[in-house]
Design a protein around this ligand. Structure first.
Ligand code: ACO
Length: 372
């Protein structure tokens, strides 16, 4: 029974529920490191496969092995075969709902193989479902390609431009792991019960879906559309805040300064636009005006609580530039984060400890002393 003097903490703020070697989120300094390496030295510098290997080393058997890229490639092919018979019935489902169904259908094997298959499967499922939804035949993976390039190839049916593949790879690395965020916590809870990886990643995706976590970038673009022009930004932002609404893409439970991933993604977008020779500043100017107006309004309304730009603002801009529809943003987040989910699940299993907090009963028949 929970001690009577312990106050419930419904958001579990500040609770250390796990030890991890995977990533460190320094909310005061605005630093994110993966295995001790600052995210800015990995994203845009190292391949998706290399960072998965870095993350999984000594956590998942064979995680850092030289054949990991080949195993991921073969696993994309296996995931594609698995999805084919299920896709015709999912064509009219939103991407995230279809992804839930497909992940739940993953087979079980050893934890290490389940982790490789799940990591390869998310991007494969996202691309294949997107084509079926558009009335196009799914394109089988090319196991020899890097993961990010193959996801774009499976979406478009042709080899992607190098700059596009690099931009998607930067994004997937940027979001790969981030401490005990809500979806990773969900993954750890499910793993702690002894459930297999398919159950772990399905649960994690369900937690990711909400707008307070991985569901925010689509609404970020809706916000830009609603604002329309840079001149409208300040008035629009004020009106939303006056109506008690939250501005998507701002604020974070842990960061008290700017989310370091926001700048990584901003740089990735600039690199992509330069490579494409894109000189249309219209969208960028609108985004900059909305961001500045939001930061100004949030700082004035909440002087004691710094609310800064989070990862979702840059996510929205980058994935939009890569031609992904808004309802694909959360599934793409999962395409990168799945590597973190399975690694955290492996760490949790090693503790041998079931996650089982307590609640305080305050319903009919509760003792007056406890309800008080
Ligand atoms: N816009 C307006 N007000 C905000 C925002 C925002 N984006 N974020 C926080 N606030 C307000 C809260 O409503 C709260 O007000 P209250 O004290 O009157 O209740 C106050 O600021 C303090 O909020 P916190 O407790 O610090 O916020 P919390 O840790 O609960 O939430 C969260 C963090 C969910 C990310 C929040 O900032 C938010 O809703 N942001 C918008 C959605 C978003 O961008 N989600 C993506 C997050 S990044 C990720 O998960 C990948």
């Amino acid at each position: 029974m929970a001690a009577d003097h312990v106050q419930p903490n419904p958001g579990l703020d500040g609770i250390i529920a796990a030890e991890t070697v995977l990533s460190e989120v320094d909310g005061a300094e605005g630093r994110l490191t993966l295995r001790g390496r600052p995210i800015g030295t990995l994203a845009g510098q190292a391949s998706f496969e290399a960072v998965v290997g870095l993350l999984w080393a000594d956590v998942l058997p064979g995680g850092a092995a030289a054949d990991l890229p080949a195993r991921l490639g073969r696993a994309r092919a296996a995931a594609f075969d698995l999805a084919l018979p299920l896709l015709p019935r999912l064509g009219d489902r939103p991407p995230v709902a279809a992804l839930r169904v497909l992940l739940a259908a993953l087979p079980t094997s050893t934890a290490a193989e389940e982790a490789v298959l799940a990591t390869a499967a998310v991007g494969t499922f996202v691309a294949a479902h997107d084509r079926v939804r558009r009335g196009l035949p799914p394109v089988p993976p090319d196991p020899a390609l890097p993961h990010a390039a193959d996801v774009l190839r499976m979406r478009d049916g042709r080899t992607p431009r190098a700059a596009d593949a690099a931009a998607l790879e930067t994004y997937l690395v940027t979001v790969m792991d981030h401490g005990l965020n809500a979806s990773t916590f969900a993954a750890r809870v499910v793993a702690s019960t002894g459930a297999p990886v398919p159950a772990v990643v399905t649960a994690a995706l369900c937690a990711l879906e909400g707008p307070l976590h991985g569901g925010a970038p689509g609404p970020v673009l809706d916000m830009l559309d609603a604002v329309g022009t840079p001149e409208n930004a300040a008035a629009w932002v004020e009106a939303r805040l006056a109506a008690g609404e939250r501005l998507m893409g701002f604020g974070h439970r842990v960061y008290r300064v700017r989310d370091p991933r926001a700048d990584v993604l901003k740089r990735a977008l600039a690199v992509l636009r330069r490579a494409r020779g894109d000189r249309d500043e219209g969208r960028a100017a609108l985004a900059a005006a909305v961001e500045a107006a939001a930061l100004d309004a949030l700082a004035r309304r909440r002087p004691g609580r710094r609310l800064e730009t989070n990862v979702e603002f840059g996510t929205a801009m980058l994935l939009d530039a890569l031609g992904f529809g808004r309802d694909l943003f959360t599934p793409l987040f999962a395409t990168g984060r799945v590597a973190g989910w399975v690694a955290h699940a492996a760490e949790q299993v090693r503790t041998g400890r079931l996650i089982r907090p307590e609640s305080r009963y305050v319903g009919p028949g509760a003792s007056a002393r406890r309800v008080a």
